[in-house]
Design a binder for this molecule. Structure first.
Ligand code: ADP
Ligand code: MG
Length: 447
């Protein structure tokens, strides 16, 4: 963890009011100083408040809710002997597994039992595990709702409902399951903690209204806050082959343990994966169309370090803590600026340094501008020797001028454009002209 993540007040975990046994356990894991989100969330949660909290990726949200949950197990009498006392919901199997592993590192050696309930796995085995009356359950929402339907699980005695990556759960369409779970466990003694990468999400706020009672709102930094441990680099690219050449150069010259490459299309994922495999890099490709078990197998082996490179179109890796990933490449820019932050957040975990390199071609330009706006700074471009781009970016023209044809922009083309009616609201077709690397000054026409 970097210094900026640390709380200014709390030096250690017992200062936050946590049971010394928990502090000791953490100490053994080399975790001694709370991060800011932990320093703020833990005392509030211990006081029994409902929370809605956000902080940047890698800032330690998992412990921010697991610690109060464990503290409660240790200090308070259970409402029910049979029902789970705490339920932690996570959007994906990968993330749920990771949360479960972290939970197990806290429960091992205690009398508290934990269970992991994931979609795509044997239902009856899970029902049996639930019959053993685990105190804490980590689950994906869909399968958990199935267990409620089948009456293999009851939540009437639930004391603590925790939603991790609530924004992502809602994006994945789990709203109905969350409501069902909420209603089953709806009694006045229940406490609810909701974590999200962003609180700037209408659905999250709607859900918070339904689930939380007079919640305390904790937002550490903003989603667009600079992530100090991640060095962000941008390179202009002319076309697909140019991007591929840039990528190969990066993979040769950068030092990294593991790298994740994000692409826009499945076809690119497959093609790049073939090319890199041929070059002798241990490469895995992940795509949305794969079966869940196939995805798990790939994510598992990647997080165990069996591949150097993971190529993916989607955000299956979101929320995952992949400590070996020191390089993230955006082969294509993501459509949403928030997604950019999540992607690059796969590196620079827990204070480790990371690098994120984004390739920006003519098609990526609007997405790039959104990221630039989101980060609230003017971005300049790096150039790799021998791979200089012709494309220099596209500048919004002062209102009143029409955008030149895209083909010409890429060639350093026309700053002479016809007048067109002004329409500032039409974001898809901004008025543009060619700009130089710093994204500001207009370039002279070449020929
Ligand atoms: P987030 O959910 O905010 O993205 P995680 O909970 O996955 O972040 O934590 C990221 C990493 O930081 C994990 O490897 C975790 O073990 C580590 N970590 C969490 N809290 C601390 C702390 N107080 N000191 C050092 N490392 C920590
Ligand atoms: Mg997390």
């Amino acid at each position: 963890m970097s210094k900026t993540d640390m709380s200014s007040q709390a030096e250690n975990f017992t200062d936050l009011g946590l049971d010394y046994r928990l502090a000791k356990l953490l100490d053994h894991q080399g975790i001694t100083c709370p991060t800011e989100i932990q320093a703020q969330s833990v005392p509030a949660a211990l006081l029994g408040h409902d929370l809605i909290a956000s902080s940047k990726t890698g800032s330690g949200k998992t412990l921010a809710y697991l610690l109060p949950a464990m503290h409660r197990m240790m200090k308070q009498k259970a409402l029910s002997k049979r029902d789970p006392r705490a339920l932690i919901l996570a959007p994906t199997r990968e993330l749920a597994k990771q949360v479960y592993a972290q939970l197990r590192s806290l429960t091992s050696g205690t009398q508290f039992k934990a269970a992991l309930i994931l979609g795509g796995e044997n239902f009856n085995d899970q029902a049996k595990a639930l019959q053993k009356d685990p105190h804490l359950v980590v689950a994906t929402p869909g399968r958990l709702a199935n267990h409620l339907d089948e009456r293999s699980l009851f939540l009437e005695g639930l004391e603590l409902l925790i939603l991790d990556e609530a924004d992502r759960m809602l994006d994945l369409g789990f709203a109905d399951q969350l409501k069902q779970i909420n209603e089953t466990a709806n009694h006045r003694l229940r406490q609810t903690l909701m974590f999200s990468a962003t609180l700037d999400h209408a659905e999250v706020n709607d859900m918070a209204q339904q689930l939380l009672k007079a919640p305390k709102r904790i937002a550490i930094g903003e989603a667009h806050t600079e992530h100090g441990d991640i060095e962000q680099v941008f390179c202009l690219a002319d076309h697909l082959d140019h991007k591929q050449a840039l990528l190969q150069r990066l993979l040769e010259k950068e030092s990294y343990q593991q790298v994740i490459i994000f692409t826009a299309t499945r076809a690119d994922t497959d093609r790049l994966s073939e090319v890199l495999t041929e070059q002798g890099l241990k490469t895995a490709a992940l795509s949305g169309e794969m079966s869940q078990s196939e995805r798990n197998r790939i994510m598992d082996s990647f997080s165990r370090g069996q591949q150097q490179v993971l190529i993916t179109t989607d955000v299956a890796s979101r929320g995952l803590d992949l400590l070996q990933v020191s390089l993230v490449v955006n082969f294509d820019m993501p459509k949403q600026a928030e997604e950019y932050v999540h992607r690059i957040g796969r590196t620079g975990r827990a204070g480790a340094k990371g690098r994120a390199v984004s390739l920006v071609g003519p098609k990526d330009w609007p997405a790039f501008k959104r990221v630039e706006q989101f980060l609230r700074k003017s971005i300049s471009f790096d150039v790799l020797e021998g791979l200089e781009p012709t494309f220099k970016g596209i500048k919004d023209k002062p209102a009143g001028n029409k955008r030149p044809a895209p083909g010409k922009q890429a060639k350093g083309g026309s700053a002479k454009a016809k007048k067109a009616p002004q329409d500032r609201r039409n974001r898809r077709q901004p008025n543009r002209q060619i700009v130089s690397d710093d994204g500001m000054a207009p370039l002279k026409k070449k020929k």
